[in-house]
Write a protein that binds this ligand. Structure first.
Ligand code: PMT
Length: 409
């Protein structure tokens, strides 16, 4: 299963209503189409004031519908409703929310909404205090009680210049919400997966620190893959990954040092079914970090005493003895030489179920790049060598292994 496959061949009905945010939805339709989905767009009359059917047809390669009466299709709304896997309305105005809440059927979008049997996801967009108005809130509650999912609205500046809750969530986040909607039926639904990503920082003084080149890409890709597989995900990231966006649906915990990471990981693992340690963790920290910035004059003969950090995977294994969690622990081994031997040694020493041996000696794998070349070794000694591929594909391979292991457990 890959992230692309989660949306591949899925039939998404995309209802577009009359908000200035319409222009962002052409980008959404394009992203969904590129991810392999079949996107049928329905525009209300008000939406056509902002964006044309042709704009959508150009990015989806499929017809965009504007009303019921000019189509030669037989009872179009039934056909569209029957074949859809998900009905997304984005942007969803307060007026359309009210119509959906009350079962109105005065245009192709609302008629199709009554005919559709698939899940529905609304992305509200409205200005000023409209979102907070009791009528809108009552419609929200009615729709949520029927199981309608919501993406946003986000806080921020709106077209009027007012600030508040009412902005359409960004298209990339909408894709994340749509993925979550489809992930509910995936094999890891109900499982808690903890992923660590990025590099730690060990302070020398308030300004300087010891760290590494990990960007967090590989760990964050694993978190997204786990979300796509239906899991509830806790993502624990070091400062080197701080700027990277959080995959929609993941709980994010930011840490700084190895000791912080150990504390956060042990706490999260109390309820974890799976732990994936993709973080690049400092094995040593400074014995006595300076409280004040070390002056330049003192730097010339500075010597920094280091003390060993705890091995977090070992401490997780110790906690598992008492708590029985996590059921599956996966580690990485970043090696520049003797990859197989070093990975096998760490697999045993850290009581892992699987280790991802990461060859960081080549320029096209490991740090600084979007690709990785890994070998998977499980606790029974089975070795699977993967070709150079994207970190997303490596993430999918790791999560596919988890799915396989979870089924056989
Ligand atoms: O983040 P990217 O830029 O995408 O880079 C990806 C990566 C190269 C960082 C990633 O693929 C990777 O290899 N991560 C593990 C790096 C690492 O710390 O490997 P290690 O061989 O030093 O540690 C072995 C395992 O023990 C790792 O799972 C590590 O998280 C864990 N560990 C290490 C030290 C420590 N004190 N406690 C630990 O639990």
């Amino acid at each position: 299963m890959t992230q692309i496959s989660l949306l591949k061949d899925k039939h998404i009905l995309l209802g577009v209503t009359g908000s200035i945010a319409c222009y962002k939805i052409v980008d959404l339709a394009s992203k969904l189409t590129q991810a392999g989905a079949k996107v049928d767009v329905i525009l209300t009359k008000a939406a056509q004031k902002f964006v044309t059917p042709l704009a959508f047809q150009s990015v989806t390669g499929r017809k965009a519908y504007v009303d019921l009466w000019n189509e030669d299709a037989h009872v179009l709304h039934i056909g569209l409703g029957e074949t859809a896997d998900l009905f997304v309305v984005a942007p969803c105005t307060a007026d359309t929310m009210a119509k959906l809440a009350h079962g109105r059927a005065d245009n192709l979008l609302t008629i199709t909404a009554l005919a559709a049997r698939c899940p529905m996801l609304l992305a509200p967009a409205m200005d000023g205090g409209m979102w907070d108005h009791p009528a809108t809130q009552a419609n929200l509650e009615t729709l949520q009680q029927r199981g309608v999912m919501f993406a946003g609205p986000a806080e921020g500046r709106m077209a009027s210049g007012l600030k508040g809750k009412g902005r359409l969530v960004e298209p990339i986040d909408l894709v994340g919400h749509i993925r979550l909607a489809f992930a509910k039926q995936q094999p890891l639904a109900g499982r808690h997966v903890v992923v660590t990503a990025g590099g730690t920082q060990e302070a020398i003084d308030p300004v300087r620190f010891i760290s590494n080149h990990s960007s967090g890409k590989q760990g964050i890709a694993i978190a997204q893959a786990a979300l796509d597989a239906g899991a509830c995900v806790t993502l624990i990231t070091g400062p080197t990954a701080a700027a990277r966006p959080t995959p929609v649906g993941a709980e994010r915990i930011n840490i700084t040092s190895t000791l912080d990471l150990q504390q956060a990981t042990l706490a999260a693992c109390k309820t974890a079914d799976v732990l994936v340690m993709a973080a690049a963790v400092a094995d040593y920290r400074t014995a006595n970090p300076a409280e004040q910035k070390i002056k330049r004059a003192q730097m010339s003969d500075l010597s920094v005493q280091l003390v060993e950090n705890p091995d977090i995977t070992v401490s997780v294994a110790e906690q598992k003895q008492a708590l029985g969690k996590p059921n599956i622990t996966i580690g990485f081994a970043a090696e520049s030489q003797n990859l197989l031997e070093n990975a096998q040694r760490k697999l045993a020493k850290k009581s892992l179920d699987l280790i991802v041996g990461n060859d960081i000696s080549a320029k096209d794998a490991g740090f600084f790049v979007d690709t990785n070349r890994v070998i998977l070794i499980d606790k029974d000694g089975k070795i699977e060598r993967l070709p150079l591929q994207s970190k997303v594909a490596v993430a999918e391979a790791v999560i596919d292994w988890v799915i396989e292991a979870s089924v056989t457990q």
